[in-house]
Design a protein around this ligand. Structure first.
Ligand code: PLP
Length: 416
């Protein structure tokens, strides 16, 4: 349909960078917990002529003509999300997870209102009220955390804080908390202080769609998510709520916070959501979690501290302070990157180093599971990570691991 040589002819520089990025993805192990590899079908939908179309408004009620086909695409995305999550009302237009959260804040809060959310150092997200983000600048933010002993959310502290600060909105959900949130319990705490409850499921969207993680839809007033992490639907965000709040949410996204929707991305969401309704996706999600648990087991066996002692989902957070007091998260990230294993440095609960240095690394299994990894491959990689953290300057070891990474990448290609 589209000339596949157009880019190389028109813009060899961009073509070259894209080709190199594709090679980088093929030839390295992606263990960044927020990343994944979408299907060729999602790529094709995202790279389609839908990028040409203006469609301000919603299906059946647009401000532009010629919307019959994009209406169909957006309705498919909405209907598939409703099926996957059991939601009454879905908005698939947020350009990102952050804009989904912005939509909920705009629909429910006035500037200066109070938000109660998880501390960034304990696994929270910038868009939950960090001072460098609009959410921290517009709203008055109080943060709850995890129990330093157990690494689990301290729900009693959360309940006490809620009574003390009387928030308008309580946010659950996280970027680096390895355990499931008790959504029921947070909903009860929010009810008791007459606050809204927004569950941000950005990281676990796919696990929830597959039924391997508790679903907050119908429990929280608003559920926001991203579409490119454990669900493989391309970069973007979405919001789910009840019919009672549907119109307010839709108005907060358009015209409140965005103009024309990215119809090519919405097509990607439709395709990815469709793929997630297949039985194969449930098996994928089960395997993602089993792989993360297997990796945590290897780390714990070798004496590494894993925050909360393990994981319920696709990610784990290694706290290096006990086992490797002189190794920073930044140094660990660099040592692993040099052999083709990509992770990110991450702050840990009780962090004393800066966010650019950190004392931890966050590791996720969603992307390597997409390329076919099972228990054996995960245990091999986990063992190598342990060895590299012990002797980050051992060049011979680094060369051996890099070779192993290469051969795993060849056996498990992403795109054929
Ligand atoms: C990733 C993430 C988001 C969304 O991020 P975007 O980059 O804006 O799509 C929102 N909330 C949490 C908790 C996240 O981890």
């Amino acid at each position: 349909m589209v000339d596949s040589d157009a880019l190389t002819a028109t813009d060899p520089e961009v073509f070259d960078a894209i080709r190199n990025e594709r090679r980088r993805q093929e030839n390295t192990l992606e263990l960044i917990a927020s990343e994944n590899h979408v299907s060729e079908a999602v790529l094709e939908a995202q790279g389609s002529v839908l990028t040409n179309k203006y469609a301000e408004g919603y299906p059946g009620a647009r401000y532009y003509g010629g919307c019959e086909h994009v209406d169909r695409v957006e309705q498919l995305a909405i209907d598939r999300a409703k099926t996957l999550f059991g939601a009454e009302h879905v908005n698939v237009q947020p350009h990102s997870g952050t804009q989904a959260n912005m939509g909920v804040y705009f629909a429910t809060l006035e500037p200066g209102d109070r938000i109660l959310s998880l501390d960034l150092n304990h696994g929270g997200h910038l868009s939950h009220g960090h001072h460098v983000n609009f959410s921290g600048q517009l709203y008055d933010v109080t943060q709850y955390g995890v129990d330093p002993e157990t690494g689990y959310i301290d729900y009693d502290e959360l309940a006490t804080l809620a009574e003390e600060c009387d928030p308008a909105l309580i946010v659950s959900g996280s970027s680096a908390y390895p355990r499931e949130f008790e959504f029921d319990r947070i909903a009860a705490i929010a009810d008791a202080v007459d606050a809204y409850h927004m569950a941000d499921i950005a990281h676990v969207t796919g696990l929830i769609a597959a039924g391997v993680h508790d679903n907050p839809v119908g429990v929280a007033d608003f559920v926001t998510g991203s579409t490119h992490k454990t669900i493989r639907a391309g970069r973007g965000g979405f919001i789910m709520t009840s019919d009672a709040y549907g119109e307010e949410i839709d108005r907060a996204i358009f015209p409140g916070g965005q103009g024309g929707p990215l119809m090519h991305n919405i097509a990607g969401k439709a395709v990815g959501f469709g793929e997630a309704t297949e039985p194969a996706f449930e098996r994928y999600a089960e395997r993602v979690v089993a792989n993360a648990k297997a990796m945590a087991d290897v780390f714990v066996e070798h004496g590494l501290s894993v925050v909360s002692g393990g994981t319920d989902k696709h990610l784990l957070l290694v706290d290096l302070r006990d086992s490797h007091p002189n190794l920073t998260g930044e140094e660990a990230e660099t040592a692993l990157e040099s052999v083709g294993i990509t992770v990110n440095k991450n702050t840990v609960p009780g962090e004393s180093r800066s966010p650019f240095v950190t004392s931890g690394i966050r590791i996720g299994t969603a992307a390597v599971t997409t390329r076919g990894f099972g228990r054996d491959e995960i245990e091999t990689v986990a063992t190598h990570i342990v060895e590299l953290l012990d002797t980050p300057d051992d060049e011979e070891l680094a060369a051996t691991v890099a070779e192993e990474v290469d051969s795993l990448c060849t056996v498990y290609p992403i795109y054929r």
